[in-house]
Structures are given as structure tokens and as C-alpha cells.
Design a protein around this ligand. Sequence first.
Ligand code: MG
Length: 320
Amino acid sequence: MSPSSDPLQDRFRGCLLGLAIGDALGGKFEAQSADGIRARFPSVEALIAYPQDEIWYTDDTQMAIGVAETLVEHGAIIEDQLCKAFVANYVPSRGYGRGARAVLEAMEEGRDYRQVAEQYFPGGSYGNGAAMRVAPVGLLFRDDRAALQEQARLSALPTHLHPLGIEGAQLLALGVALCSQSKPFDRAAFLRELVAACTSDAYRTRLELASRLEKVDDLGQLGNRIEALDSVPTAIASFALTPESFASTIANVIFLGGDTDTLAAMAGALSGAYLGASGLAQRLVNLIETSPKGRTYLIELADRLLTVYRERHAIKQPHQ
Ligand SMILES: [Mg+2]
């Protein structure tokens, strides 16, 4: 597929491809220690040069594809349609957690999946599983804050009912929306907007800390775990520290160890929305899997999402 000369198309494509690359590269290091990864890869360049063959994405991208497909088909999140998309795309070996597998299998069999989710995550999951898949919401509702908040919430609900799980998705979606708009990048303004959008003190405190970080070596202070609170601000901060480098943005969260695939998926989605597909590490773009829902499909899906975005915009502002 030829590069896009349309800046917004480049950003929509960059977001989905960046998500898939971060997810696939990070997936090679999931649950490893920071020291172990650092011992093998002394630099960003060494880490980025590591894959020699096709890189395969995990559940993060697979579920984000379901979110994007639902938005393309229906223009908004409709819960039962979203669940159908999750089930249609579901390949258990893509790294789904035990609870997510149980919830998806309940969806597949027409059982009460929310009850299953409650069994695995009493009080609702506050993991990063809603944030890892929410990027397409940030793209489609990039110019409508109220819709973005609500659609991000709806995209979380089938699996994540805890307020911290939902808020993590809302903040990541807003981050993607802001990234898709701002050039040149204003780090202070970016983080100020995200802090202002926080509904909990917990996220506000983390993002205020993120805005004070000055070195990538300090990213670990924000966390590297599967809880949304311990990963969404980390991904946002990594992007904000190195906005002009996709490679650094995903590598610096992988160097933290822990939940590396989701950290890098979220960081990659932000970076790709800002830099566009043309600003990604082209060697890694070329290594994205060529399966039926691989690289070419992701580009087409991004283009279809952009068409829906432009139709929505044309209806809202008929004279522009
Ligand atoms: Mg994963």
C-alpha cells in the first residue's frame, strides 16, 4: 500500500499500525524483568532491530480491531455488536488472560458474560484491557469530547466495570484524540488537558507526576503492571517524553518489563496517531503479520474508520 498524502489518513493508519507494532514487539517480552530485557538490549536501536521475521500481535490489537469494526459498521459502540466482533475475532492463543477468556467464551455461548466478569473480577476489572483496545474511539471522536468519553465508557463495559478500568480507557482515548490533532507537540498542554479530564484523584496524581518527569529513566515510577492505573499514565508519559520518536516511545516502556505488550500497544497508538504511518519505524511496519487481519487489513480498517469520521463530520458541519 502506498504512503498517504492525506495527513489525517496517515494519522489514522499510524495509530492502528503503531498499536499493532507496539503490541507485537512488546509481546515478545511480556512478564520479563526490566533488568533481563536491558541486559539483552542496551539501546532503543538494539531492541527495535531485534525482530527478523513477521511480528504477530496479541489480544490487544485483536480486540482493538473489534472496536474499530464496530465503529465502522455502526458509527458508535453498540454493546451486543461489540461483543459479536470480539467473539468473531477471538483466538485464545493471542495471549488473552484467564478472566478475559472466560468472559469471551460466555459471550460466544450466549451466557451472562457480565456475571462471569464479576466472578473473575469482583467489583469490576480495573485492568488495562479496556484501554488497550480503545484507540479507534479516540480517532473517530477526536473532535467531540462528550461523545469520546461516553463511547470509551461503552467500549469498556462488556469486560471492565470498575471506574478505574473505564477511566483508563477514557484517558487513553483522549490521548489518541489529542495526538491526532497536535503538531507541533506541546507537552505541557497535552498533559494539562489529560489532567483536567481526570475524574479520580488516583489518575490525576499519576498524570501530574507524569507531567513532572524529565527523563525516560524515571518512567518506572508510573508503573508497568496490568492495572490500568499502573500502565495508562506510563504509556502517555513515554509518548510525551519522546514525541518525535516512535521507536523510543515503544522501546522505553518495553524496557520497564512487566505488561510490555499492552504498555507498548498504548504508547504505540499514541505515537502513531501523532507521527502518522509515515513516521513509524518502517522496518517494523513491514514486519507486521500478513495474516487475513494483518497489516493490509489494519490499513484498510483505518481508512474505513476515516471515511466514517468524515461522514460524521460532514453531517455535523454541512457548510464546511
Ligand atoms: Mg496482549
